[in-house]
Design a protein around this ligand. Structure first.
Ligand code: SER
Length: 930
């Protein structure tokens, strides 16, 4: 019987384990925060990059893994072909400076024959033919090793760089590669076919990369610290080969998903091209979205969130095309879970989050689709009325860009109406958008900071890794192991003493180039920025959201002194950026390194409070809450988390109270070193996208039931040290991500005092007791409104029905930073009222306007809300709902603009009052600042 995908995975990993490789679990689809260069993990080697670059020590020199991968480049082709996928699993064996080409080739050959049972005569290989631009010749060595294992010379094919040179991005580790192909028989192609491209006869199944160069800048190679091996074998392709299927969609990991689609849609796979394509897209995208969400991605319009949203939307469109009933995304995800959770338990662990995001996106995008459809109908009618055969490219582009309405769908639906679209015009607009995006992506953003990071990486390699001692103490007698001067900051040139820019130089124990600017062995002058490496350092390097320590470094016997500006993390190592105050910092000098205790302690309070906040949010809001980013500094903490709605005032208070209860309970905070397995068993929270080794540091609070997190940061010893915790604000940070900023200890108390002073000041201005303040203000506001309305009516009447827009603008209130204009005006009918709203809007772009008029026995109401306020929860339709009901009618519209009418003109004032109450409550609930 042919092996299942699970069996293939197991056989591959077991084979390499037997050959002395350490089996690694798949890393997250979110690359570790050490690698901000890629949105998603694209290859098995991706999480291992720091090992290839020599930045981190691998747990073993021989590794093997089955890695979850995600590639978006071919997303449009998914469903069109037998093989293209977005999400897939990649099997690989890796050598970090251990074996090289000979063994990699011998292993691949042995496994192909003995484990996969391929006939030797059906295996062909391709080898790198060399490349002038890279200055490399043909890979003779690889040819020789293939001949050694017994491959005939005529089945070794030379291929160019485009096929047989692998690089992890534009720059980075790279090397020539050699690929294995299976000849599936002449009947699938023609005699002249050769491996090295896309044809049905030769199917590539394994890529062996001989990783020996670092490419930076593009086309310039330098040697990596060690010659290494990276191989990649696509599990789904191998399953198709071994299960004798023409397409990956017919293999065991996909068949049940295809069958689900057949059942839900009442169609048969293989009968018609259109539905087949939809079934394939749904199968691939269902896996893709399930795995992305299980790794902590939530749908949004940015970065990974956008990749997720895109696959979800494509799937929803296909579901609609097949007329599937609501809730089909969750039905698909259930099957993905059944098929894959054995190997990937995160699908079980995150099941509730999965259900939540899938159903909410399905519901909201279905609404978008409906809106898009009505827009499209409008454009189609307009075109027909004007006798045009196409709709305008701009309209199709806006549908795509603003409404997320797919262009393919636009074309298809127009075809049904006998219409077309200006495709060239649409393509041009797309191209303009792409080049805008490219410009934005290519813009140099790193500047000096990026430069420092690059220099820090070089310096880290120039001496032994620093021993971090900051968990134990804040003061260390140690010595400088390497240093490099930096360009002085602009404006510091005069402090430099030699009027010129400091020359870059690295000086380390490791014998790196000696180019010190002043020829004294790499020592730097006063005022200069210097990068330093210490043998032992008590300074925490920025990471895991926590800012780096500050402090001072002084020569043991005096004579030199520098302040620590920041501590850069380089893999497991660190480099310190200092600003020199006195003397010079020479390699080998004995120094005393001292952490700024006050800043460290304030940061520790904020860090432990962040863990408590995380725990309180999960306990109050649910397990779908995950950390989506954080800042922990001495000044405050900021915590981003996945949750789709604003917290109510009550939820916020409960979260705050819970954290303060835990603080008062004076719980012990214990960092524990344990295995990843054990930490997971204990339910420790891990950060999505973070890479963890087998041994991890887990921070546990109290008996650990409510807070256990994998964390490398520094913490207080007992929670009572935090003193107090207060939430400053709760806002939206991105779609489906909320942000809390909070203070602890003395800063929290200071902030509370500042707020109470403000309250006292306001009360004394109005000459009332503080507790009477709100009631007093409410009465004043009411009175003011009444007077304004009276004045308004008088003025409008006095000027023959002309509305004085300036006066209207004068009555704009400011509620929690938003401009709010609510007023009754004179207008003969709804059209006139709309014209007045438009006029006001031209002056008040950011805000909410609600105008009402009463004439001839009817009330007209119009609400207009700027996009920004819609984002804060104020929706025109909602605002008018209760108001219109009070005025004896109803209405509707979009989030940004709604109209309503009613039969009770005498209720106009009340209706406007209700609209105002609604707006104020949304704006103040969202961010209750005094
Ligand atoms: N990195 C190579 C690839 O992705 C081999 O693993 O093809």
């Amino acid at each position: 019987m042919s092996p299942s995908s699970d069996e293939i995975r197991e056989r591959f990993l077991a084979f390499f384990e037997e050959k002395g490789h350490l089996r690694l679990r798949s890393a997250s689809l979110l690359p570790s925060s050490h690698d901000p260069s890629a949105l998603l993990t694209v290859a098995g080697m991706h999480p291992l990059k720091p090992y290839f670059l020599g930045q981190e020590q691998p747990p073993a020199a021989r590794l093997t893994s089955c890695q979850k991968c995600f590639r978006t480049v071919d997303i449009e082709r998914v469903g069109e072909t037998n093989r293209h996928l977005t999400f897939f699993e990649m099997l690989g064996n890796f050598s970090i400076g251990d074996y090289f080409k000979r063994e990699a080739i011998a292993f691949a050959w042995e496994l192909s024959l003995t484990v996969f049972g391929f006939e030797p005569a059906r295996i062909w290989v391709t080898v790198f033919e060399g490349d002038e631009e890279l200055g490399l010749g043909p890979d003779e060595e690889a040819i020789e090793h293939w001949l050694e294992v017994g491959v005939d010379r005529e089945r070794i094919v030379l291929c160019p760089r485009s096929e047989n040179f692998w690089q992890a991005g534009r720059t980075g580790p790279c090397g020539p590669c050699s690929e294995l192909y299976l000849d599936r028989g002449e009947h699938l192609g023609s005699e002249g076919d050769l491996p090295g491209g896309e044809n049905e006869r030769f199917l590539e199944y394994w890529n062996l990369v001989f990783m020996e160069h670092l490419q930076d800048p593009p086309n310039t190679l330098s040697p990596l610290p060690a010659k290494s091996i990276d191989t990649g074998l696509g599990l789904n392709r191998m399953a198709a080969l071994l299960q004798g299927k023409a397409s990956v969609f017919e293999t065991d990991q996909f068949q049940p998903l295809i069958e689900l689609g057949e059942r839900l849609a009442g169609v048969r796979y293989g009968a018609e091209a259109g539905p087949d394509r939809s079934l394939r897209i749904l199968a691939d995208h269902a896996r893709a979205m399930s795995f992305l969400i299980a790794d902590g991605v939530v749908p949004s319009n940015e970065e990974r969130g956008y990749v997720l949203r895109r696959v979800m939307r494509r799937a929803i469109v296909e579901g609609r095309r097949l007329q599937l009933d609501d809730g089909f995304l969750t039905a698909y995800a259930e099957v993905v879970r059944e098929l894959m959770s054995g190997a990937y338990p995160e699908l079980d662990e995150q099941w509730r989050s999965l259900q939540r995001w899938l159903s909410s996106e399905e519901q909201s995008f279905t609404r978008t689709l409906e809106q898009g459809l009505s827009q499209l109908r409008f454009h189609a009618e307009h075109a027909k009325e004007h006798g045009a055969l196409t709709i305008r490219a701009e309209d199709a582009f806006r549908l795509h860009d603003t409404f997320g309405f797919p262009f393919e769908l636009t074309k298809e639906l127009l075809r049904e109406e006998g219409l077309g679209v200006d495709e060239q015009g649409f393509e041009d607009l797309m191209e303009q958008q792409r080049s805008r995006a490219r410009r934005a992506a290519g813009a140099p953003s790193a500047g000096k900071a990026g430069d420092a990071a690059q220099r820090a990486i070089e310096l880290a390699g120039a001496a032994k890794a620093t021993r971090f001692t900051g968990y134990e103490h804040e003061r260390e007698l140690t010595s400088i192991s390497a240093s490099a001067t930096m360009e002085p900051e602009v404006g510091q040139g005069d402090m430099d003493g030699n009027g010129g820019a400091a020359k870059e130089g690295i000086d380390g124990n490791g014998g790196a180039a000696k180019e010190g600017m002043d020829g004294n062995g790499g020592a730097a002058r006063e005022g200069a920025r210097v990068l330093l490496k210490l043998e032992a350092s008590p300074f925490y390097a920025a990471g895991g959201g926590q800012v780096s320590d500050t402090g001072v470094i002084e020569c043991e016997g005096g004579g030199c002194r520098a302040t620590v500006e920041r501590v850069l993390r380089v893999g497991d190592d660190q480099v310190i950026e200092v600003s020199l105050l006195e003397g010079s910092l020479k390699p080998h000098a004995k120094v005393i390194a001292r952490v700024d205790h006050a800043a460290r302690h304030a940061t520790e309070c904020n860090h432990t409070a962040t863990h408590l906040l995380h725990a309180a949010l999960r306990s109050r809001l649910g397990g779908h809450v995950h950390q989506a980013g954080s800042y922990v500094g001495p000044d405050k903490l900021r915590f981003d988390f996945t949750h789709s709605t604003a917290l109510t005032r009550r939820e916020r208070a409960e979260v705050e109270d819970e954290v303060n209860d835990w603080i008062a309970a004076n719980e012990e905070v214990r960092p524990i070193t344990t295995t990843l397995e054990e930490a997971k068993r204990l339910g420790a929270m891990a950060l999505f996208g973070e890479k963890y080794g087998e041994i991890v540091r887990m921070v546990e609070i109290g008996d650990g039931r409510y807070s256990r997190e994998l964390c490398g940061g520094t913490h207080v010893r007992r929670t009572a040290e935090i003193g107090a915790f207060m939430i400053l604000s709760e806002t939206s940070s991105a779609a489906n991500v909320r942000r809390i900023e909070a203070l602890t200890g003395p800063r929290a108390v200071q902030e509370l005092r500042r707020r109470s002073d403000l309250l006292l000041e306001a009360a004394s201005l109005l000459a009332v007791r503080p507790e009477r303040l709100t009631a007093h203000l409410a009465a004043q506001v009411q009175e003011l409104r009444r007077l304004r309305e009276a004045a308004e009516v008088g003025r409008a009447g006095g000027r023959g029905g002309e509305v004085d827009v300036e006066a209207l603008l004068g009555s704009v209130e400011h509620v929690n930073g938003a401009g709010v204009l609510i007023s009754a005006v004179e207008a003969a009918d709804a059209k006139r009222l709309l014209a007045i709203v438009d006029e006001v809007k031209a002056h008040l772009r950011e805000g909410v306007i609600v105008l009402g008029s009463a004439s001839e026995g009817r009330v007209h109401l119009i609400a207009s809300v700027s996009q920004e306020l819609v984002g804060r929860g104020v929706k025109a339709g909602e605002v008018l709902k209760r108001a219109a009901a009070l005025a004896g009618g109803g209405g509707g519209g979009r989030d940004t603009m709604a109209q309503a009418g009613g039969r009770h003109p005498e209720k106009l004032g009340e209706a406007l009052g209700a609209a105002r109450a609604e707006i104020v409550s949304i704006l103040t609930a969202e961010e209750a600042r005094l």
